[in-house]
Design a protein around this ligand. Structure first.
Ligand code: SF4
Length: 379
């Protein structure tokens, strides 16, 4: 078979540049996935963050017309922080999901893929490739599954025997034919924990996600958060990884292999109140290196307000009143008004009524009504 020695050399080199697992697969179209994506799209289960058409997402040759094989890579990330942060009344903290710990994994993996490209290009004249990490058209998970990196769990994550599902994935389409690796057998067995514990029922069937209902997606939207999710996100600021935390295949797995993927506790569990007054520049300076900052500060601030309401943090009410009266963004004014009502400090309802008298945005006014409705609940 062609390129067997080169494959060995690539595997050995990959280990030296911080790639924890590597697999090789054919670049044939992902025919089965094409049918599944169509069903998902027709059901309205897509997130809207997906890039490209269904054809572009399932046909490697559309990205490299001489595509012969795909190299899949995985880089393991930690699941536990070394230092625990206190989360006490008056100084409540929010939470970024594990996939946002450390430096943005898109950059980290792209850098590794660039090194791998240079390694192959130096050995093979005429080598051509196209690399992707998450935001490319191809599904990282479908490639990783075909290349034997892991099996596709009922929680829709790739689960590796070595690192559980705590791995970042990326791939390189190449014009070289490599011997393919075998996919790994599905090892979920009878377990259904991720489906049973999903707070919104977003895992509608094994391996089938309604992204519109998934809290990880909901934390990234920019509009008002629908009421039914506000009580469920708790203190989550970005992403949601409970379906990984409950997975028995992740039990005891905590890989600290790459300093650049180590979490800074002050960034991944930041105090909530100071988040509300950050300027765009301050937000970028502080959180800009994290994957979780890609949607800008508004969704994070909206979620921080919901988290403060979740904790009924009375110390935050003055700042929330300021936002309700002064913030130019209706989502922030309205969410603040709702939170002030939910926290129910003695001056909450008077403050909402005063702001209501001069508010003109219908969506903000609707949130103010929801905030005031907590007064009736209290009495
Ligand atoms: Fe599979 Fe159970 Fe993990 Fe879900 S929780 S992915 S069913 S092993």
């Amino acid at each position: 078979m062609a390129n067997e020695q080169l494959k060995e050399d690539i595997i050995n080199y990959a280990k030296t540049i911080g790639i924890d697992k590597i697999g090789f697969a054919s670049a044939n179209p992902f025919a089965e996935m094409k049918a599944r994506l169509k069903v998902q799209q027709d059901a309205g289960y897509s997130s809207g963050f997906e890039k490209g058409t269904i054809e572009e997402r399932t046909e490697p040759k559309l990205h490299l017309n001489e595509a012969e094989s795909i190299i899949a890579i995985a880089v393991a990330y930690p699941s536990r922080m070394k230092d625990r942060m206190s989360n006490k009344r008056g100084q409540r903290r929010g939470n970024f999901c594990r996939a946002s710990w450390g430096n943005d994994y898109h950059e980290v993996l792209n850098e590794r893929l660039e090194q791998l490209t240079a390694f192959i290009a130096a050995r093979v004249p005429g080598f051509r490739s196209r690399s992707m990490v998450d935001t490319g058209e191809l599904s990282d998970r479908a490639v990783a599954e075909r290349a034997g990196i892991g099996w596709s769990g009922k929680n829709c994550m790739i689960i590796t025997p070595e690192f559980g599902s705590y791995v970042y994935l990326g791939e390189m389409i190449t014009n070289l034919p490599f011997p393919s690796d075998q996919p790994i057998d599905d090892d979920c067995g009878d377990c259904t924990l991720c489906i049973d514990r999903c707070p919104t029922g977003a895992l509608v069937a094994p391996g089938r996600l309604n992204a519109q209902n998934c809290l990880a997606f909901i934390t990234q939207t920019k509009g008002f958060m629908p009421d039914e999710y506000r009580g469920k996100i708790g203190n989550q600021l970005y992403g949601y990884d409970n379906c990984q935390v409950v997975c028995p295949k992740n039990r005891g797995i905590d890989s600290h292999l790459h300093p650049e993927l180590e979490p800074d506790p002050e960034l991944v569990k930041p105090e909530l109140l100071p988040l509300l007054s950050l300027s765009n520049r301050e937000f970028k300076n502080k959180f800009g290196k994290m994957a979780g900052s890609w949607r800008g500060k508004k969704p994070i601030q909206r979620n921080a307000i919901i988290a403060l309401a979740h904790y009924k943090e009375e110390a935050a009410v003055d700042e929330l009143i300021r936002l309700m009266n002064e913030d130019p963004r209706p989502v922030i004014r309205g969410t603040a008004a709702w939170a002030i009502g939910k926290i129910a400090r003695s001056d909450s309802y008077q403050a909402i009524r005063t702001a209501e008298a001069k508010e003109t945005d219908p969506e903000v006014l609707a949130e103010m009504k929801k905030g005031l409705a907590y007064e009736q609940v209290m009495t």
